[in-house]
Design a binder for this molecule. Structure first.
Ligand SMILES: *Cc1c(COP(=O)(O)O)cnc(C)c1O
Length: 401
């Protein structure tokens, strides 16, 4: 099928929940993808921070192939080897003692919210309120939407789960004012992804943790987007040294395969007992074998070092662009989640479309934030190639004035 044929079939039969570009990507290798008409693109979207090792990484592909030939699914009625091994690996490299597996970021956040409530319920306390951040994004299921501090996503789906309170991000005193003896947890992304690539000040997590401790509330980190190496450490919270009680993962965890994970300390995790929470596909052999290969690769193959190095290079090149094009007002981010903010009146969507036409995939969040989330395995040559294409696109924008 051609791009046009796939587009037509989609329009007739797939629910219209996405604004899609008129191409169908059918093949990927490293940081390159090809569409159905065999056109090549340089990919700086990585399946939205999912393909952290690039497309079809050989270690992930080999693990999936081997597992697919042995056992694809069996259910959690039985023990699952790769699930146990992936849990052990995550525990060995994080604050967590136990892991619950599911299939997406939203589901991982649902599990985190349920665990926080169950934890206090078992203590005989009536803490149920969750404090989350303005501009946060936690997913599209009803509870994850309720946690999401952006009205545009919640609109039309009310009434949502009550007892969520939103406070400004990067403001410890706002958290302090919002939490009380009925707060079960404060939930936040250590760096906000969807909400604009917002990096808080260095001591923010420390302040929030102290505020939680004072009232006895739990701290939940949503690392669905920034976990698994994206910021140059395995988990974004490591930069601060401030561990949470619960952490959620998904996007980059299995090299492109659907997976979600909710990690917690023993103290909190013991609130989940047989029957309290479950997922049919959660922790299935195929996804966890892929996850095991992906996390091992991030840890063993110099991926974190490359991420940090390429972060500096990409940031420097974006700052150069900012100097050439005054309508870029700010360059921000950490590791390989970087953003270029555009002055009002410059439409990010037009730049993304023009880049696509020149063989580059980038992504715009909101109206005016270009987000750069290449694979953590990206090379300096590929960064330079991306900058070259972007420069041409921005030059055309400037001319149009
Ligand atoms: C993408 C994302 C989610 C939702 O993940 P899904 O797999 O789409 O459900 C939740 N939290 C954050 C921070 C995300 O970036």
């Amino acid at each position: 099928m051609t791009n046009a044929e796939i587009k037509a079939l989609t329009a007739s039969h797939v629910m219209n929940t996405y604004n899609r570009f008129p191409v169908a990507i059918v093949r990927g290798e490293g940081r390159r993808v090809w569409d159905a008409d065999n056109r090549q693109y340089l990919d700086f979207t990585s399946g939205l921070a999912v393909c952290n090792l690039g497309h079809c990484h050989p270690r992930v592909v080999a693990a999936i192939k081997a597992q697919a030939e042995k056992l694809i699914h069996i259910s959690n009625l039985y023990h699952i080897g790769p699930q146990a091994e992936l849990a052990a690996l995550l525990v060995a490299h994080s604050f967590a003692d136990k892991v619950f597996f599911c299939n997406s970021g939203a589901e991982a956040n649902e599990a985190a919210i349920k665990l926080a409530r169950k934890y206090f319920n078992l203590k005989g306390s009536n803490r149920y309120q969750i404090v989350t951040m303005e501009k946060s994004f936690h997913g599209r299921t009803l509870a994850a939407l309720a946690a999401t501090g952006q009205g545009k996503y919640r609109q039309g789906f009310e009434p949502l789960l009550e007892k969520f309170i939103y406070v400004p991000f990067n403001d410890v005193s706002a958290v302090r004012n919002a939490i009380s003896s009925s707060t079960a947890a404060v939930m936040l992304e250590p760096i906000q992804g969807e909400g604009g690539v917002n990096v808080p000040s260095d001591d923010y997590l420390k302040g929030v943790k102290a505020a939680c401790k004072e009232v006895g509330a739990l701290l939940i980190y949503d690392e669905v987007q920034v976990g698994v190496g994206r910021t140059g450490r395995l988990f974004a919270y490591e930069h601060s040294g401030v561990a949470p009680d619960i952490m959620t993962l998904a996007k980059g965890l299995a090299g492109g395969v659907a997976i979600g994970a909710m990690c917690a300390t023993d103290e909190v995790a013991q609130a989940f007992t047989p029957g309290t929470h479950a997922s049919t596909f959660g922790g299935n052999p195929l996804a966890t074998a892929a996850g095991l290969a992906a996390v091992r690769t991030v840890l063993e193959d110099g991926v974190l070092e490359n991420c940090r190095k390429m972060s500096e290079h990409l940031r420097a090149r974006l700052v150069e662009l900012k100097q050439s094009f005054p309508f870029i007002t700010e360059v921000r981010g950490k590791g390989l989640i970087l953003a270029a903010e555009l002055a009002s009146g410059i439409k990010g969507a037009d730049i993304v479309k023009a880049a696509l036409d020149k063989g580059l995939l980038i992504n715009c969040i909101g109206e005016s934030t270009l987000r750069f989330i290449p694979a953590l395995t990206v090379t300096a040559g590929e960064v330079d190639e991306m900058i070259g294409i972007l420069k041409a696109v921005l030059g055309a924008v400037e001319k149009k004035g």
